[in-house]
Design a protein around this ligand. Structure first.
Ligand SMILES: [Zn+2]
Length: 144
């Protein structure tokens, strides 16, 4: 099972990056017990300074102690609320995960109940791995 703290943080990070980065797209996502590795595409040239700002924004959301709420809704009602492109067409009922009013995603995974359970967001590695493609590895200071 993916660590619920890491997984919930990934939702937050994704929403921050989506709102801040130019033409942001997720490319691949991998979890271990200790970290999350995320490869993404953006047309933006990312500096260390940009990265520090993004880290601050993610920490800022975590520190708001937002409640995580899940509900099952029909696919029809979910359309327009969130991106369903990765949900198979055969699925009629979609599990929606809200983090306060900050993020809404269709997701079947395990999450924490409140962002207060999540520790400090820490970037372990950041590098450019291709044209307009970057890799980030992050962890939390309270995983163990
Ligand atoms: Zn999730």
């Amino acid at each position: 099972m993916i660590n619920p703290k890491l997984h919930t943080t990934e939702h937050i990070m994704w929403q921050v990056f989506k709102s801040k980065l130019n033409q942001f797209r997720s490319k691949s996502l991998q979890f271990t017990d200790q970290y999350c590795r995320f490869d993404f595409f953006t047309k933006q040239e990312l500096s260390q300074k940009n990265l520090e700002e993004l880290t601050r924004l993610v920490d800022g959301v975590i520190n708001q102690h937002l409640e995580i709420v899940t509900e099952m809704i029909s696919r029809k009602n979910a359309q327009g609320i969130t991106d369903l492109s990765l949900i198979p067409k055969s699925i009629d009922s979609v599990r929606i995960v809200r983090i306060g009013n900050f993020s809404i995603e269709a997701c079947a995974g395990e999450h924490v109940k409140n962002t207060s359970e999540i520790g400090e967001f820490q970037i372990v590695e950041f590098k450019k791995i291709g044209k307009d493609t970057f890799r980030i590895k992050f962890t939390l200071d309270n995983l163990n």
